[in-house]
Design a binder for this molecule. Structure first.
Ligand SMILES: Nc1ncnc2c1ncn2[C@@H]1O[C@H](COP(=O)(O)OP(=O)(O)OP(=O)(O)O)[C@@H](O)[C@H]1O
Ligand SMILES: Nc1ccn([C@@H]2O[C@H](COP(=O)(O)O)[C@@H](O)[C@H]2O)c(=O)n1
Length: 214
């Protein structure tokens, strides 16, 4: 079974995708980490994230980079949304994600274009959302816990800018797949959001099985 989980920054998609993977005992890929690794590699080599050729050169990163805490920085996230807008960067990361999705037994992937581009054939698709203010509050408290003293206003402005960049790019923009189930986590606890996510996955899988039977 392939489960695709998409949504904007700090909507809770990673939390849900990881929990779904554990619930269904499936391997999990946070595809945002791949773009973050490219972004960190761009910075490491003093390249310009806005120049496509620079960003493409940084796609050939050392696997160990995926475990580097620098990937979790907000600055890296911002840079990731710049490199991810280049079609050649998306093409360079495409096959790796496809292979992960298509492994025997299936997988759970989260990102921005899993249900639309990486695994349009997924058995279940969720589009996780929450209001920008609530997402900023969550990200702000996460950053504070990590010792940052960034202001709430700055976090909210960054979230809005990232939404705008991710949704407006021409290549694989952030958009819900037509057949994705929407899950608004704004007023749900993590436990309630996961319970709802499982219900939505079960419903889609059942529907798909019924359709296949005719
Ligand atoms: N339903 C929820 N209620 C309250 N907090 C939540 C909820 N879901 C997630 N969170 C918290 O919000 C923060 C962001 O969640 P998460 O990392 O899952 O978001 P994300 O969409 O994967 O973000 P990103 O795209 O930046 O990786 C985390 O600190 C997480 O614990
Ligand atoms: N499938 C994806 C995943 C991520 N991106 C871009 O990377 C940025 C960082 O992603 P996080 O999920 O780790 O916050 C994100 O803002 C996107 O620009 C993507 O394009 N496609």
């Amino acid at each position: 079974m392939i489960i695709a989980v998409d949504g904007p920054a700090a909507s809770g998609k990673g939390t849900i995708a990881r929990a779904l993977a554990s619930h269904y005992r499936l391997p999990y890929l946070d595809t945002g980490l791949l773009y973050r690794a490219v972004a960190a590699n761009v910075a490491r080599h003093d390249l310009d994230p806005a120049i496509e050729a620079d960003a493409v050169a940084a796609c050939d990163f050392d696997e160990a980079l995926l475990d580097d805490p620098i990937l979790r920085d907000d600055e890296t996230g911002k840079r990731a949304s710049i490199v991810s807008a280049h079609p050649l960067v998306r093409a360079a990361l495409f096959h790796r994600q496809r292979r992960f999705a298509n492994q025997p037994g299936g997988a759970v992937l989260d990102g921005r274009d899993i249900g639309t581009v990486i695994a349009p054939e997924a058995d279940a698709k969720l589009f996780v959302k929450a209001t920008p203010t609530i997402r900023a509050r969550r990200r702000h408290s996460e950053l504070r816990d990590r010792g940052s003293n960034v202001s709430m206003d700055k976090v909210l402005a960054d979230i809005r800018a990232r939404d705008q960049r991710d949704s407006m790019r021409s290549s694989a923009p952030l958009v819900a797949a037509n057949d994705a189930a929407l899950l608004d986590t704004s007023f749900l606890s993590i436990e309630a959001a996961l319970k709802r996510a499982i219900e939505l996955v079960e419903r889609q899988v059942k529907l798909k099985a019924e359709r296949a039977r005719g």
